[in-house]
Design a binder for this molecule. Structure first.
Ligand code: ZN
Length: 189
């Protein structure tokens, strides 16, 4: 197993849809093991395959939920259902962050509940349903696999603020397209 470098906004793999997985090969199993290790090293709650540069429709998650152990697993070919109505943006207490936009947080109203269906590595059906942070995570990770970053969904002044932050960090423009969570932390990229 190995920690893989994480792609940063501007990297091509993050900005186009990933491909459906037709067969779970040894290569895919190794990718998923590495994704778990990379997510842990980066202290993330979820990680999509294109965040380590692999354009396949898979994400892993390890997300705190109230009153119990973390929700943790892998979903191959996830299909998302958004449930409920997003709250007004001003009621968002927590910002959303992303390992591919490291060290930045911006408020984004997400649907309060979400359900993802897909399969595990052995082809068994998987259903992950949650609210709060887990619902946010499920929406965030499937967005990645569709070729979108959460900051693509920001609106109004927050969107302008995010654009400015990305510019100030010099990502993409300076060719900073990956960071290595085994060598540094997201806040220091
Ligand atoms: Zn992300």
């Amino acid at each position: 197993m190995a920690v893989r470098p994480i792609t940063v906004i501007g990297h091509k793999a993050l900005h186009s849809p990933t491909k459906k997985v037709k067969e779970v090969t040894e290569e895919i199993r190794t990718l998923v093991e590495d994704m778990f290790e990379t997510m842990e090293a980066a202290e993330g709650v979820g990680l999509a395959a294109n965040q380590v540069g692999s354009r396949v429709r898979i994400f892993v998650y390890d997300c705190p939920v109230p009153d119990g152990p973390n929700a943790r697993g892998v979903v191959v070919n996830p299909v998302l259902e958004r449930l409920g109505t997003p709250p007004p943006l001003e009621e968002e207490e927590h910002g959303e962050g992303c390992l591919s936009v490291p060290g930045e947080w911006f408020p984004l109203a997400r649907h309060p509940r979400a359900r993802v269906t897909g399969t595990d590595l052995d082809g068994n059906e998987v259903v992950v349903e949650g609210e709060g942070l887990l619902a946010r995570c499920l929406q965030h990770e499937t967005d990645h696999l569709d070729g979108y970053l959460y900051i693509d969904r920001l609106t109004g002044p927050v969107k302008a603020e995010a654009r400015e932050a990305v510019k100030d960090r010099g990502w993409a423009a300076d060719g900073v397209l990956r960071w290595d969570p085994s060598e540094t932390t997201a806040d220091k990229v």
